[in-house]
Design a protein around this ligand. Structure first.
Ligand code: AP5
Ligand code: MG
Ligand code: ZN
Length: 206
């Protein structure tokens, strides 16, 4: 099964992708996570990506498309994959059509006014990469799952979040319409409990 997750920053793509990846035993490929790993390791891709991510802008298409093209050719993608964060503009969606065929697109939809709080309250485990929210974990500083250190993403500052939401509206929202026209889009209400959102996604994927 080859699935794409769409949704605004903070909609819950990463949270749901982790669950779906486990359920269907397919790799969870997050372009944002790949860029952040490259930034940590100070690779050439990381150096380019950082200058865009810090401003809340998209990393240039040519960098991102090549990265995904290479990643889905790896052995672990033989039985499918889950893409979280790609494609993120119509140019990426069109390029993607030319090198692979997907089964479904899940668009996680949530009212815009909830996103700022979800993002500024997010804490991410430096070890297992799982996301948590201060509304649930309070001031806890270690990961409830693995004991790793909880960190805050550099692009979760309010001013950068605002920019990311603008970029989503201008560049990524049209990708939903693109897949709707291709008959692949499934909209899921992301404004409910994590388990409920997951149940709805599983209903769609079967
Ligand atoms: P990326 O890492 O993809 O970030 P994003 O799209 O902004 O999305 P987030 O990861 O912030 O949100 P999410 O939907 O995964 O939410 P989460 O599950 O964590 O991209 C980062 C940057 O990389 C981009 O800005 C861009 O620069 C670059 N980039 C990446 N891909 C690119 C591409 N293809 N092309 C060009 N550039 C690219 O949840 C958020 C919070 O809410 C958490 O605290 C979580 O615990 C909580 N939460 C989740 N679900 C629920 C729920 N149901 N109820 C209550 N709380 C919930
Ligand atoms: Mg994410
Ligand atoms: Zn952890």
């Amino acid at each position: 099964m080859k699935v794409v997750f769409l949704g605004a920053p903070g909609a819950g793509k990463g949270t749901q992708a982790a669950l779906v990846s486990k359920r269907y035993n397919i790799p969870h490929i997050s372009t944002g996570d790949i860029f952040r790993q490259n930034i940590n390791n100070k690779t050439p891709i990381g150096i380019v990506a950082k200058s865009y991510i810090d401003k809340g802008q998209l990393v240039p298409d040519e960098v991102t498309i090549e990265l995904v093209k290479g990643r889905i050719l790896q052995d672990d993608c033989k039985n499918g994959y889950l893409l979280d964060g790609f494609p993120r503009d119509v140019a990426q969606a069109e390029a993607f059509l030319s090198f692979d065929k997907i089964d479904a697109v899940i668009d996680i939809v949530i009212p815009f006014d909830k996103l700022m709080r979800r993002l500024t309250g997010r804490r991410v485990c430096a070890s297992c990469r799982e996301s948590f929210h201060v509304d649930f974990i309070g001031s806890l500083q270690v990961c409830p799952k693995c004991g790793g250190t909880l960190t805050q993403r550099a692009d979760d500052r309010p001013d950068t979040v605002a920019k990311r939401l603008d970029v989503y509206t201008e560049q990524t929202a049209p990708v939903s319409r693109f897949y709707e026209e291709h008959g692949l889009l499934h909209r899921i209400n992301g404004d409910q409990a994590i388990e409920k959102v997951f149940d709805e996604i599983v209903k769609v994927l079967g």
